[in-house]
Write a protein that binds this ligand. Structure first.
Ligand code: DHB
Length: 395
Protein backbone atom coordinates (compact mmCIF):
# COMPACT_ATOMS: atom_id res chain seq x y z
CA UNK A 1 0.00 0.00 0.00
CA UNK A 2 1.20 3.47 -0.80
CA UNK A 3 1.03 5.80 2.17
CA UNK A 4 -1.34 8.69 1.72
CA UNK A 5 1.35 11.24 0.95
CA UNK A 6 2.48 9.57 -2.27
CA UNK A 7 -0.51 10.56 -4.42
CA UNK A 8 -0.16 14.12 -3.24
CA UNK A 9 3.53 14.09 -4.15
CA UNK A 10 2.47 12.97 -7.61
CA UNK A 11 0.01 15.85 -7.76
CA UNK A 12 2.76 18.22 -6.79
CA UNK A 13 4.87 16.87 -9.63
CA UNK A 14 2.00 17.27 -12.10
CA UNK A 15 1.55 20.78 -10.80
CA UNK A 16 5.01 21.66 -11.97
CA UNK A 17 3.52 21.73 -15.46
CA UNK A 18 4.80 21.52 -18.97
CA UNK A 19 8.41 22.47 -18.38
CA UNK A 20 9.02 19.43 -16.21
CA UNK A 21 6.89 17.14 -18.32
CA UNK A 22 8.60 18.12 -21.58
CA UNK A 23 12.01 16.89 -20.57
CA UNK A 24 13.20 13.29 -20.65
CA UNK A 25 15.39 13.89 -17.61
CA UNK A 26 14.24 13.08 -14.11
CA UNK A 27 13.82 16.16 -11.94
CA UNK A 28 17.03 15.49 -10.00
CA UNK A 29 19.12 15.80 -13.16
CA UNK A 30 19.32 19.59 -12.89
CA UNK A 31 22.66 20.59 -11.44
CA UNK A 32 21.07 23.74 -10.09
CA UNK A 33 18.52 21.85 -7.98
CA UNK A 34 18.96 22.98 -4.40
CA UNK A 35 20.20 20.43 -1.90
CA UNK A 36 17.43 20.57 0.69
CA UNK A 37 18.20 19.01 4.02
CA UNK A 38 15.14 18.49 6.22
CA UNK A 39 16.24 18.45 9.84
CA UNK A 40 13.66 17.05 12.27
CA UNK A 41 14.68 17.57 15.88
CA UNK A 42 13.35 18.16 19.38
CA UNK A 43 13.70 21.96 19.69
CA UNK A 44 11.32 22.21 22.66
CA UNK A 45 10.54 19.92 25.61
CA UNK A 46 12.86 17.83 27.79
CA UNK A 47 15.20 16.90 24.92
CA UNK A 48 15.55 20.39 23.40
CA UNK A 49 19.29 20.40 24.08
CA UNK A 50 19.68 17.67 21.42
CA UNK A 51 17.98 19.89 18.84
CA UNK A 52 19.93 22.95 19.92
CA UNK A 53 23.28 21.15 19.71
CA UNK A 54 22.65 19.50 16.33
CA UNK A 55 21.21 22.65 14.78
CA UNK A 56 24.22 24.65 15.94
CA UNK A 57 26.62 22.09 14.46
CA UNK A 58 24.80 21.89 11.11
CA UNK A 59 24.72 25.68 10.79
CA UNK A 60 28.41 25.88 11.66
CA UNK A 61 29.16 23.27 8.99
CA UNK A 62 27.43 25.45 6.41
CA UNK A 63 29.28 28.55 7.59
CA UNK A 64 32.68 26.87 7.44
CA UNK A 65 32.21 24.71 4.31
CA UNK A 66 30.06 27.06 2.27
CA UNK A 67 26.34 27.02 1.54
CA UNK A 68 26.72 25.26 -1.77
CA UNK A 69 28.22 21.93 -2.78
CA UNK A 70 28.84 20.54 -6.28
CA UNK A 71 27.02 23.55 -7.71
CA UNK A 72 23.92 23.00 -5.57
CA UNK A 73 22.74 25.56 -3.07
CA UNK A 74 22.32 24.00 0.38
CA UNK A 75 19.15 24.77 2.32
CA UNK A 76 18.53 23.64 5.88
CA UNK A 77 14.86 23.28 6.76
CA UNK A 78 14.55 22.81 10.52
CA UNK A 79 11.35 21.57 12.19
CA UNK A 80 10.58 20.85 15.84
CA UNK A 81 9.01 17.48 16.67
CA UNK A 82 9.01 18.15 20.47
CA UNK A 83 10.90 14.90 21.21
CA UNK A 84 8.07 12.80 22.59
CA UNK A 85 5.56 12.47 19.73
CA UNK A 86 6.52 9.90 17.04
CA UNK A 87 3.36 10.67 15.02
CA UNK A 88 4.50 14.30 14.80
CA UNK A 89 7.93 13.26 13.52
CA UNK A 90 6.29 11.08 10.89
CA UNK A 91 3.92 13.83 9.79
CA UNK A 92 6.77 16.34 9.50
CA UNK A 93 8.83 13.83 7.47
CA UNK A 94 5.89 13.36 5.09
CA UNK A 95 5.40 17.12 4.73
CA UNK A 96 9.09 17.61 4.05
CA UNK A 97 8.97 15.01 1.29
CA UNK A 98 5.75 16.22 -0.32
CA UNK A 99 5.75 19.98 0.22
CA UNK A 100 9.38 20.96 0.79
CA UNK A 101 10.67 18.31 -1.64
CA UNK A 102 13.73 17.71 0.48
CA UNK A 103 16.73 15.75 -0.86
CA UNK A 104 17.69 14.25 2.50
CA UNK A 105 15.93 13.77 5.84
CA UNK A 106 18.16 14.19 8.90
CA UNK A 107 18.23 14.66 12.67
CA UNK A 108 16.14 12.24 14.81
CA UNK A 109 16.79 12.98 18.46
CA UNK A 110 15.28 9.87 20.01
CA UNK A 111 14.81 6.27 18.91
CA UNK A 112 10.98 6.20 18.75
CA UNK A 113 11.13 9.22 16.43
CA UNK A 114 13.64 7.55 14.10
CA UNK A 115 11.46 4.41 14.04
CA UNK A 116 8.43 6.55 13.10
CA UNK A 117 10.16 8.26 10.17
CA UNK A 118 11.86 5.16 8.72
CA UNK A 119 8.88 4.03 6.56
CA UNK A 120 8.64 7.53 5.07
CA UNK A 121 12.29 7.37 3.95
CA UNK A 122 11.69 3.93 2.44
CA UNK A 123 8.56 4.96 0.53
CA UNK A 124 9.98 8.27 -0.69
CA UNK A 125 13.44 6.76 -1.41
CA UNK A 126 15.26 9.59 0.34
CA UNK A 127 18.37 9.15 2.50
CA UNK A 128 17.61 9.46 6.23
CA UNK A 129 20.64 10.48 8.28
CA UNK A 130 20.24 9.51 11.94
CA UNK A 131 22.40 11.98 13.83
CA UNK A 132 21.38 11.22 17.44
CA UNK A 133 19.16 8.20 18.17
CA UNK A 134 21.29 5.27 19.37
CA UNK A 135 19.37 1.97 19.40
CA UNK A 136 21.38 -0.58 17.47
CA UNK A 137 18.54 -1.85 15.28
CA UNK A 138 17.61 1.56 13.76
CA UNK A 139 19.39 1.22 10.37
CA UNK A 140 17.58 -2.09 9.81
CA UNK A 141 14.27 -0.19 9.73
CA UNK A 142 15.01 1.28 6.28
CA UNK A 143 17.63 0.71 3.56
CA UNK A 144 17.80 4.52 3.28
CA UNK A 145 19.02 5.05 6.87
CA UNK A 146 22.67 5.94 7.49
CA UNK A 147 23.84 6.75 11.04
CA UNK A 148 26.50 9.28 12.05
CA UNK A 149 25.96 9.20 15.84
CA UNK A 150 26.63 6.06 17.86
CA UNK A 151 24.99 2.93 19.21
CA UNK A 152 24.37 2.12 22.86
CA UNK A 153 26.09 -1.29 22.66
CA UNK A 154 29.14 0.50 21.21
CA UNK A 155 29.26 2.98 24.09
CA UNK A 156 28.42 0.47 26.83
CA UNK A 157 30.69 -2.53 26.15
CA UNK A 158 33.98 -0.77 27.05
CA UNK A 159 32.79 0.41 30.48
CA UNK A 160 31.46 -3.10 31.27
CA UNK A 161 34.93 -4.47 30.66
CA UNK A 162 36.55 -1.64 32.63
CA UNK A 163 34.28 -2.30 35.64
CA UNK A 164 35.05 -6.01 35.67
CA UNK A 165 38.78 -5.31 35.50
CA UNK A 166 38.74 -2.61 38.19
CA UNK A 167 37.53 -4.42 41.26
CA UNK A 168 33.83 -3.68 40.76
CA UNK A 169 32.00 -6.87 41.63
CA UNK A 170 28.38 -5.95 42.42
CA UNK A 171 26.45 -3.46 40.29
CA UNK A 172 23.00 -1.84 40.52
CA UNK A 173 21.74 -0.94 37.04
CA UNK A 174 19.36 1.95 36.19
CA UNK A 175 18.28 2.69 32.63
CA UNK A 176 15.49 4.64 30.95
CA UNK A 177 12.72 2.26 29.94
CA UNK A 178 12.81 2.43 26.14
CA UNK A 179 14.80 0.82 23.32
CA UNK A 180 18.25 2.44 23.85
CA UNK A 181 18.00 1.82 27.60
CA UNK A 182 17.20 -1.82 26.93
CA UNK A 183 20.17 -2.03 24.51
CA UNK A 184 22.47 -0.51 27.09
CA UNK A 185 21.21 -2.67 29.98
CA UNK A 186 21.50 -5.86 27.92
CA UNK A 187 25.03 -5.03 26.79
CA UNK A 188 26.19 -4.13 30.29
CA UNK A 189 24.53 -7.06 32.08
CA UNK A 190 25.71 -9.68 29.58
CA UNK A 191 29.27 -8.43 29.34
CA UNK A 192 29.74 -7.67 33.02
CA UNK A 193 28.37 -11.08 34.04
CA UNK A 194 30.49 -12.84 31.40
CA UNK A 195 33.54 -11.15 32.95
CA UNK A 196 32.59 -12.48 36.41
CA UNK A 197 30.49 -9.61 37.81
CA UNK A 198 27.14 -9.74 39.63
CA UNK A 199 24.05 -7.60 38.90
CA UNK A 200 22.17 -6.96 42.15
CA UNK A 201 19.14 -5.39 40.52
CA UNK A 202 18.30 -3.84 37.13
CA UNK A 203 15.62 -1.12 37.28
CA UNK A 204 14.03 0.93 34.50
CA UNK A 205 12.71 4.47 34.84
CA UNK A 206 10.01 6.01 32.60
CA UNK A 207 10.99 8.19 29.63
CA UNK A 208 8.23 10.67 30.44
CA UNK A 209 8.42 12.61 33.72
CA UNK A 210 10.89 10.35 35.49
CA UNK A 211 11.48 10.64 39.25
CA UNK A 212 14.92 9.21 39.97
CA UNK A 213 14.78 9.66 43.77
CA UNK A 214 13.17 6.33 44.78
CA UNK A 215 15.43 4.38 42.41
CA UNK A 216 18.58 6.04 43.70
CA UNK A 217 17.49 5.33 47.27
CA UNK A 218 17.13 1.65 46.34
CA UNK A 219 20.55 1.77 44.72
CA UNK A 220 22.01 3.26 47.90
CA UNK A 221 20.37 0.61 50.08
CA UNK A 222 21.77 -2.13 47.82
CA UNK A 223 25.34 -1.25 48.87
CA UNK A 224 26.54 -2.02 45.34
CA UNK A 225 30.14 -1.26 44.35
CA UNK A 226 28.85 0.77 41.42
CA UNK A 227 25.70 2.27 39.96
CA UNK A 228 25.43 1.73 36.20
CA UNK A 229 23.33 4.46 34.54
CA UNK A 230 21.97 5.12 31.08
CA UNK A 231 19.63 8.08 30.60
CA UNK A 232 19.24 10.02 27.34
CA UNK A 233 20.96 13.36 26.85
CA UNK A 234 19.26 16.07 28.90
CA UNK A 235 18.37 13.79 31.85
CA UNK A 236 21.81 13.60 33.45
CA UNK A 237 21.35 16.73 35.53
CA UNK A 238 18.37 15.28 37.44
CA UNK A 239 20.14 11.94 38.01
CA UNK A 240 23.35 13.53 39.24
CA UNK A 241 21.39 15.84 41.54
CA UNK A 242 19.74 12.86 43.27
CA UNK A 243 23.04 10.94 43.35
CA UNK A 244 24.56 13.89 45.16
CA UNK A 245 21.63 14.70 47.48
CA UNK A 246 21.29 11.09 48.65
CA UNK A 247 24.99 10.89 49.36
CA UNK A 248 25.71 7.85 47.18
CA UNK A 249 29.23 9.01 46.36
CA UNK A 250 30.03 9.33 50.08
CA UNK A 251 29.21 5.61 50.55
CA UNK A 252 32.03 4.86 48.08
CA UNK A 253 29.64 3.87 45.29
CA UNK A 254 31.09 4.58 41.85
CA UNK A 255 28.88 5.86 39.03
CA UNK A 256 29.58 4.24 35.66
CA UNK A 257 27.84 4.02 32.27
CA UNK A 258 27.86 5.23 28.70
CA UNK A 259 28.67 8.96 28.65
CA UNK A 260 25.13 10.32 28.18
CA UNK A 261 24.73 11.00 31.93
CA UNK A 262 27.74 13.36 31.95
CA UNK A 263 26.84 14.95 28.64
CA UNK A 264 29.08 17.96 27.86
CA UNK A 265 25.98 20.11 27.30
CA UNK A 266 25.11 19.95 31.03
CA UNK A 267 28.42 19.04 32.62
CA UNK A 268 29.24 22.55 33.82
CA UNK A 269 25.74 22.81 35.34
CA UNK A 270 26.24 19.47 37.14
CA UNK A 271 29.57 20.69 38.47
CA UNK A 272 31.55 18.95 41.22
CA UNK A 273 29.13 16.00 41.78
CA UNK A 274 30.22 14.61 38.38
CA UNK A 275 33.84 14.31 39.42
CA UNK A 276 34.96 10.66 39.47
CA UNK A 277 32.23 9.31 37.17
CA UNK A 278 33.67 6.72 34.74
CA UNK A 279 32.07 6.45 31.33
CA UNK A 280 32.74 5.13 27.83
CA UNK A 281 31.78 7.27 24.85
CA UNK A 282 32.70 8.12 21.28
CA UNK A 283 33.02 11.86 21.94
CA UNK A 284 34.30 14.21 24.61
CA UNK A 285 34.65 17.97 24.18
CA UNK A 286 38.04 17.40 25.85
CA UNK A 287 39.19 14.99 23.08
CA UNK A 288 42.78 15.92 22.36
CA UNK A 289 43.12 16.42 18.60
CA UNK A 290 43.62 19.42 16.31
CA UNK A 291 40.26 18.73 14.63
CA UNK A 292 38.45 18.77 17.96
CA UNK A 293 40.23 21.85 19.27
CA UNK A 294 39.18 23.74 16.13
CA UNK A 295 35.63 22.36 16.41
CA UNK A 296 35.14 23.28 20.08
CA UNK A 297 36.61 26.75 19.51
CA UNK A 298 34.33 27.41 16.51
CA UNK A 299 31.20 26.02 18.21
CA UNK A 300 31.86 28.02 21.37
CA UNK A 301 32.51 31.19 19.38
CA UNK A 302 29.34 30.82 17.32
CA UNK A 303 27.22 29.82 20.35
CA UNK A 304 28.44 31.66 23.43
CA UNK A 305 27.94 29.63 26.61
CA UNK A 306 27.47 26.32 24.77
CA UNK A 307 29.94 23.47 25.08
CA UNK A 308 29.48 21.08 22.13
CA UNK A 309 28.30 17.59 23.10
CA UNK A 310 28.24 14.17 21.42
CA UNK A 311 24.96 14.88 19.63
CA UNK A 312 26.49 17.96 18.03
CA UNK A 313 29.20 15.87 16.34
CA UNK A 314 26.48 13.52 15.08
CA UNK A 315 25.09 16.59 13.30
CA UNK A 316 28.46 17.89 12.12
CA UNK A 317 29.47 14.51 10.68
CA UNK A 318 26.02 14.02 9.18
CA UNK A 319 26.55 17.22 7.20
CA UNK A 320 30.00 16.02 6.15
CA UNK A 321 28.50 12.74 4.95
CA UNK A 322 25.82 14.54 2.91
CA UNK A 323 28.31 17.02 1.37
CA UNK A 324 30.78 14.28 0.42
CA UNK A 325 28.06 12.04 -1.03
CA UNK A 326 26.77 14.93 -3.17
CA UNK A 327 30.34 15.64 -4.36
CA UNK A 328 30.53 12.02 -5.54
CA UNK A 329 27.00 12.01 -7.01
CA UNK A 330 26.15 15.66 -7.76
CA UNK A 331 22.75 14.82 -9.19
CA UNK A 332 22.31 11.47 -7.52
CA UNK A 333 18.93 10.14 -6.50
CA UNK A 334 18.33 8.83 -2.97
CA UNK A 335 19.61 5.36 -3.72
CA UNK A 336 22.77 6.68 -5.38
CA UNK A 337 23.47 9.02 -2.47
CA UNK A 338 23.13 6.18 0.05
CA UNK A 339 25.49 4.06 -2.08
CA UNK A 340 28.00 6.94 -2.08
CA UNK A 341 27.83 7.10 1.71
CA UNK A 342 28.59 3.42 2.25
CA UNK A 343 32.18 2.80 3.28
CA UNK A 344 33.00 6.50 3.61
CA UNK A 345 35.85 7.25 6.08
CA UNK A 346 36.96 10.52 7.60
CA UNK A 347 38.50 12.21 10.62
CA UNK A 348 35.80 13.72 12.80
CA UNK A 349 36.30 15.93 15.86
CA UNK A 350 35.65 12.65 17.75
CA UNK A 351 38.52 10.84 15.94
CA UNK A 352 38.48 8.46 12.95
CA UNK A 353 35.12 7.09 11.85
CA UNK A 354 33.58 5.20 8.96
CA UNK A 355 30.21 4.11 7.64
CA UNK A 356 30.09 0.32 7.61
CA UNK A 357 28.98 -0.53 4.04
CA UNK A 358 27.11 -3.62 5.26
CA UNK A 359 25.01 -2.04 8.02
CA UNK A 360 25.12 1.69 7.04
CA UNK A 361 26.04 2.25 10.67
CA UNK A 362 28.98 3.97 12.30
CA UNK A 363 32.26 2.23 13.23
CA UNK A 364 34.39 4.38 15.50
CA UNK A 365 36.78 4.59 18.42
CA UNK A 366 35.24 4.53 21.88
CA UNK A 367 37.13 6.08 24.79
CA UNK A 368 37.10 5.44 28.53
CA UNK A 369 36.85 8.73 30.40
CA UNK A 370 36.93 10.01 33.95
CA UNK A 371 35.18 13.26 34.81
CA UNK A 372 37.77 15.54 36.38
CA UNK A 373 38.04 19.20 37.34
CA UNK A 374 40.40 21.06 35.02
CA UNK A 375 40.89 24.80 35.63
CA UNK A 376 37.76 24.86 37.78
CA UNK A 377 35.44 23.15 35.25
CA UNK A 378 34.47 19.48 34.90
CA UNK A 379 35.61 17.73 31.71
CA UNK A 380 35.40 14.12 30.53
CA UNK A 381 39.09 13.23 30.28
CA UNK A 382 39.84 10.27 28.02
CA UNK A 383 42.30 7.73 29.45
CA UNK A 384 41.97 4.65 27.22
CA UNK A 385 40.81 3.88 23.68
CA UNK A 386 39.05 0.97 21.95
CA UNK A 387 39.61 1.24 18.21
CA UNK A 388 37.05 0.72 15.45
CA UNK A 389 34.24 -0.50 17.69
CA UNK A 390 31.39 -2.05 15.72
CA UNK A 391 27.72 -1.03 16.20
CA UNK A 392 27.19 -4.34 18.07
CA UNK A 393 29.74 -3.29 20.69
CA UNK A 394 31.98 -6.28 19.93
CA UNK A 395 35.44 -5.28 21.11
C1 DHB B 1 18.90 8.28 22.52
C2 DHB B 1 18.77 9.64 22.79
C3 DHB B 1 19.76 10.28 23.50
O1 DHB B 1 19.69 11.60 23.76
C4 DHB B 1 20.86 9.59 23.98
O2 DHB B 1 21.77 10.25 24.69
C5 DHB B 1 20.99 8.24 23.72
C6 DHB B 1 20.00 7.57 22.99
C7 DHB B 1 17.84 7.57 21.78
O3 DHB B 1 16.65 7.87 21.98
O4 DHB B 1 18.17 6.69 20.98
Amino acid sequence: MNPSFLPSRRKVLQGLGAAAAATAFPRYAYAADPLKIGLILPMTGPFASTGRQITAACKLYLQTHGDSVAGRKVELIIKDDTGLAPETTKRIAQEMVVQDRITVLAGFGLTPLAFAAAPVATEAKVPMIVMAAGTEVIPQRSPFIVRTGFTLPQNTAPVALWAAQNNIKRVFSLVTDYAPGHDSEKTFVNRFKAAGGTIIEAVRTPLRNPDYAPFLQRAKDSKADALFVFVPSGEGLAVMKQFEERGLKQTGMKMIGPGDVVDDDILVSIGAPAVGVITSMHYSAAHDSPENKAYVAAMTKANPGMRPNFHSVGGWDGMHLIYEAVKKQPNGNGQQLVEAMKGMKWTSPRGPMMIDPATRDVIQNVYLRETRMVNGEPWNIEFAKFENVKPSGDL
